[in-house]
Design a protein around this ligand. Structure first.
Ligand SMILES: Nc1nc2c(ncn2[C@@H]2O[C@H](COP(=O)(O)OP(=O)(O)OP(=O)(O)O)[C@@H](O)[C@H]2O)c(=O)[nH]1
Ligand SMILES: [Mg+2]
Length: 456
């Protein structure tokens, strides 16, 4: 693990760029206190709000501010930290920042405060990532989930798994170290059962983390179909605003239009596209090309078919692929539009290869059903309440850990060789450790030592 560059004191404007009532500049590092005291022209008491003038090096007053010092180690980064809470003027904040740099600070890199908090063991890696996810949260549920991760909910579950792996390793290594024991630890089936149970637990965490990834990254949902199918109308109905132009002229939408919506907790980027057809109009043709590029990148495709048009229904996946002329995402939903225009309710869903729903963007009929279908198709569970946020990196590590457990089980069953099982388990532990920031093997040795009485 890299050590923080401890000679450096970093500075950055911590609040968003733009005009606001208050803007905050943050300093962290060994020179933070000294720099802030020169700017404030006074000594700073720990964790005390000082009202003072901030001056540049010529003595000119830059701002009237509240300055608070958080000496190490009881600070966010674990280093000396000072917050200067000035007026939220980008110009003034830049002047204060420049003066802090003149006094010896350097501009912080993105995420460097969180990085230092991690390097100084104030938070683990998954928690550091949760800070970024909290800030970027697209829905209330995502924000709640990120906060739960930041508070250590996800890390705790990973640590629990790591504990069990460690116990298993201790067990296996002991069996190898004391081969003259009466009981053959490895052959009695107990260890196999325990590895299986651990794999089940890991699978449960993997499922929850999968929800967490959906919660923090959301999905991209693309609306596609023939011209006039009702794509823009559905976009406006789902976004509850008049984003896209709707007319009865086929080929109205040409550009790709985007809206962010909250689908009962699931952050969704909704994308409206040009109606798919061959066109000699270069503008429309470019729109169709872009529509296909969006479909290529989508997590979920809604393929719209006008119920009043004489098109075959329902379509198979191959038929949709042919109509779209692009590779389809795993989730494709057929949407039959404008059903308010049908004289009688015709059976729409029935048995089809693809999930299907009938809607009217005009009356709102079927929209709730559509939303539910989208959530189900992308695998977003209804109770986002209990979910923490996670990242693709975490899923990858969890998958590798699961593979490692399977490998350990296979090794055990095939060979019963303790050293090979121990090596598999070591890898499982390392993969889990990647999620929270590694636990060194020295620490593991300490654990083994502490839990076993060697003199026995
Ligand atoms: N009655 C009824 N009309 C609808 C409904 N949805 C769309 N329409 C009408 O169908 C026409 C085309 O709708 P749009 O939403 O512009 O269709 P589009 O798929 O975006 O069309 P392009 O952008 O040209 O590809 C408009 O006249 C809409 O008013 C609906 O649910 N009910
Ligand atoms: Mg349109």
């Amino acid at each position: 693990m890299a050590e923080p560059e401890d000679a450096d004191t970093i500075a950055a404007i911590a609040t968003a760029d733009g005009r606001a009532g208050i803007g905050i500049l943050r300093l962290s590092g060994p020179a933070a206190l000294g720099i802030a005291e020169r700017l404030a022209g006074r000594r700073l008491k720990p964790r005390h709000a000082h009202h003072c003038h901030i001056r540049d090096r010529t003595g000119e007053i830059l701002d009237d501010a509240i300055v608070i010092a958080f000496p190490a180690p009881r600070s966010f980064t674990g280093e000396d930290v000072v917050e200067i809470q000035g007026h939220g003027s980008p110009i003034v904040l830049q002047q204060i920042l420049r003066t802090a740099v003149d006094e010896g600070a350097r501009l912080a890199r993105p995420g460097e405060f969180s990085e230092r908090a991690y390097l100084n063991d104030r938070i683990d890696l998954a928690q550091a990532e949760a800070i970024a996810d909290l800030i970027a949260a697209g829905t209330e549920a995502a924000a709640r989930g990120a906060l739960r991760s930041l508070q250590g909910e996800f890390s705790r579950q990973i640590h629990d798994l790591m504990e069990v792996v460690t116990t298993l390793r201790v067990y296996v290594e002991a069996a190898m170290d004391f081969p003259d024991e009466d009981v053959d630890f490895l052959a009695d089936g107990d260890i196999e059962e325990r590895i299986s149970a651990l794999r089940d637990d890991l699978e449960a965490v993997r499922r929850a983390a999968g929800q967490g990834v959906l919660l923090s990254s959301g999905i991209t949902l693309v609306l596609a179909g023939a011209p006039n199918a009702g794509k823009s109308s559905l976009m406006n109905a789902l976004a509850r605003r008049d984003t896209a132009i709707v007319t009865e002229i086929p080929g109205t939408t040409r550009d790709v239009l985007r809206e962010r919506i909250d689908l009962d907790g699931l952050p969704v980027q909704l994308t409206d596209t040009a109606g798919l057809r061959e066109s000699t109009d270069p503008v429309e043709a470019e729109g169709v090309r872009r529509a296909r590029a969006e479909i290529d990148r989508a997590d979920c495709l809604l393929f719209l078919v006008d119920a009043t048009a004489s098109e075959s229904w329902p379509l198979t996946r191959d038929q949709v692929a042919a109509g779209v002329g692009a590779s389809l995402p795993a989730s494709v939903i057929l949407v039959r539009t404008k059903i308010d225009l049908l004289a009688a309710a015709t059976p729409v869903t029935g048995f089809t290869e693809l999930p299907a729903v009938a809607i009217s963007a005009l009356t709102g009929l079927g929209l709730d059903e559509l939303k539910q279908l989208i959530r189900r198709q992308v695998g977003f569970a209804a109770d986002a309440q209990s979910t923490f946020t996670a990242r693709a990196r975490h899923l990858h590590a969890l998958d590798q850990a699961a593979h490692g457990l399977t490998a350990a089980l296979n090794t055990l069953r095939a060979t019963g060789a303790g050293d090979l099982v121990a090596e598999d388990l070591r890898l499982v532990h390392d993969h889990l450790g990647e999620i929270v920031g590694a636990m060194s093997s020295d620490a593991l040795l300490g654990r083994i030592f502490a839990s076993f009485c060697i003199g026995k």
